[in-house]
Write a protein that binds this ligand. Sequence first.
Ligand SMILES: Cc1ncc(COP(=O)(O)O)c(C=O)c1O
Length: 923
Amino acid sequence: MTTDTEAGSTRDLATVLAAASSRIDQWSQLNALARAWATAGSGNARATKLRGDSASQFAALSRIEHCWAYPGRRLLAGITEALDGGDAATFARLVQKVSRALLSGDFRRDEATWDANSQGDKRVLDLAPPDVDTGPTGKPYFEVLIVTPTEPSAWENSAAEIRRLRRVEDAFHYETVHVGSLEDAMLAVMVNDGLQAVVLMDGFQLASRHDMPDLKAFLARHVTFDTSNVEPGLMATALAKGIKNYRPELDIYLMSDRTAESIAGSVEAAPVRRMFHHVEEPMEVHLSILDGIRDRYETPYFDNLKKYAQRPIGTFHALPIARGKSVFRSNWIRDMGQFYGANIFFAESSATTGGLDSLLEPTGNIKKAQDAVARAFGAQRAYLGTNGTSTSNKIVVQAVCKPGDIVIVDRNCHKSHHYGFVLSGAQPYYVEAYPLTQYSMYGAVPLKTIKKALFDCAAEGTLDRVKVIDLTNCTFDGHMYNPRRVMEECLAIKPDLVFLWDEAWFGFARFNPFHRRRSALGAAAVLNERYKSAAYRAEYEAWKKKHPKIDPKDAKSLDMPLLPDPDRVRIRVYQTNSTHKSMSAFRQGSMMLIWDEDFHHVEGTFQEAFLAHTSTSPNLQLIASLDLARRQMELEGYAMTMQMTELAIRLRRAINTHPLISKYFKVATPEEMVPAEFRSSGIKDYGPPHSTWSAVLDAWDQDEFALDPTRLTVICGSAGFDGTQLKGILAERFDIQLNKTSRNSVLIQTNINNTHSDAALLIKTLADLSREIEQKLAQGGKDGKDAFDARVKSLMTDVPDLPNFSRFHDAFRENAKAVSNEGHMRPAFFMAYDEANCEYVKLASKDIDDRLKNGPELVSANFVIPYPPGFPIMVPGQVITAETITYMRKLDVKEIHGYQAAKGIKMLKPAALKARPAAGKDR
Ligand SMILES: Cc1ncc(COP(=O)(O)O)c(C=O)c1O
């Protein structure tokens, strides 16, 4: 994850990947050098130096230019010729042409940009919103990789022949990139994010013509095959598998004259979309390529909504806003129409006919859209949610849990889960994430803690009631679980466990191979393949021989890696994601993605839960935006998520190495956010000099927790700001919005919409603020300095301890002596509906201290959730301890949901608790 050429050898892969992501910047730099050279005259020292600089910049750039169709061999040859001949004017003209075409994206639609002799240059308009662009948008453009055994000298002709297959009716157009080896193919797949399809022509070479030692090690992770037995076809299918591992969205075609039929039906050929007998049917190949793109481009619901909007429909249903007549004819709200534009009204309807389909029981376009979502996100089933992940979580909890079931759950999870337990009657067994007290936040729940909870239930004889493990991946602050490991070890203890992975922030993770390895569905796919393999069976048998019985009471079982029985294990994964948080969906757009081998047992209850929580008037634009978000991610998710990651790493480094900013602000590193015991790789930070891409991959494969680099905890207590204060300043003075804060930090997120300009704005803002602090300190004398230091100390050092979940009151426990801590939250929640059961005690009162000391126990009547940090420090039925009260008294946040300072903490009266029937009778 490096950004420039500073990381060691220019031949190492980290540098190559970085070069790809900063390719456009590098062409711009070359453009600046070329212009300077062209205006420097000739025969002088400056011109000579500029020529030399241009030559080295061009040489650095050219190393991987063969991975893209544009600018292509001809333009590159023209540039080389001009450089070699010392023709600065031609060199500058051609470099400018390429640089501008790459920056504007014009090479995708303007033939002239490909022609060395054409003078025309279009305006840079591609980056403006569509209604600003006056020109025709043209057909979407993409690139196709051809991996071929033919000589490089034949590639130009081949590209021209393929170009001749174009027809006016084609919905898309493409150019080809030719490579001659497996290694070059993988390199192109990695760096060229404009690739959408790969054609493998059997018989290509294994080794790259280019000298990149790191590439081999990197490839070894993705493409595995026996090099001693490279049968025709086998290398192609191994490459196909490697490509699918790395970028599952790409379509792969295989052309073989020897083995097409024999391998067509094999497992190895599964990643291949279609096979052809060698170059027999070039037009068929062309059409197949376009067809593959169409499959991803099609947005069944949105496409139909557009058609619907154009029809002259008279509405007699209850949605006056549909067709906009009540708006456009209004005397008073015409500005609504002007602001939103006509389409939003034309595309409104409360009908489910006319092909609009019904979200509640989809059979048409919504069904198709959901199937496409499942394909794109690597799920078996997908449901679209229109009330955020807040509702998606409740749907899943209610679908898989019934009263009395136990859910092992991170206490720090989003409140929708806790409300889900109230609704379903499931009993939460709260487990604690490791605390990051210094930042007033939690990390994630250690695997050992989860295993211990399962073992506790086994010891109590309640393991059969444990239905779900419910975790947040990644957390708000970016802690990523290792879902493969968590699921593997938990399934060894109970093979039919359901996992609810709340990936509200992490929906994008599917679309690059780095984040995907830490995602729930990425893990489901890997485990599915693993448990079906003969190799796993052998591994399990050997392990079982060594460990014939797991003793839940033996502490060693907590440390020992456990393996599930391949004959009993079921993969049951539910992922929820706030599509609107990380992709181009409207607010509240959410998805429920399912990989459940036993879904046939859940489908009915899932449908019930879905109906219970879904509006009968779901918003059509929202559904359409989910359809579109899926299309975008399937076609450009790789490019966008890689770029946002790269941007985050640049930001991290820019802040932490800036001489002024770093005096006051700091982005917390993986080392600071993930304690060493969960970070066996020892990785400290992202980017040079700390780590290369392959070190990051190692860490993300091995470590129990990793930090998502795109979520930046910026420590601001050291600048004398608490999180809320800095958030306000950034919004009011600098037009920078963010949402999460802690006592001494703010969370900055990079997203698929962020640009280098956004990064620059943030850096400039932090630099401005740092300068202001310096000035104030310089002018404030000793008193000012003392006051600043005291404020920093209070924010950074005098941080309150985070209170753990105490326990449910005995009145809500089936077995008050059990070591497991699950409890009946629902009856506690509803007991508080009767005011006669409740009392209020003021936080600062002596009453509280007396009762903490002498009893009777204080028992919370409801959820109390301070924001920040946003986790419930009290849940209904929970015994309130001195730690919780101390924490509340120290809290200096304004928003505490469920608590009114004027009234006090709402408690359940001791008498009401006494009168309760024995717990368990009211499941
Ligand atoms: C972990 C987690 N889950 C669920 C949600 C709720 O998602 P939504 O805002 O889409 O309702 C949030 C919201 O911030 C969250 O942080």
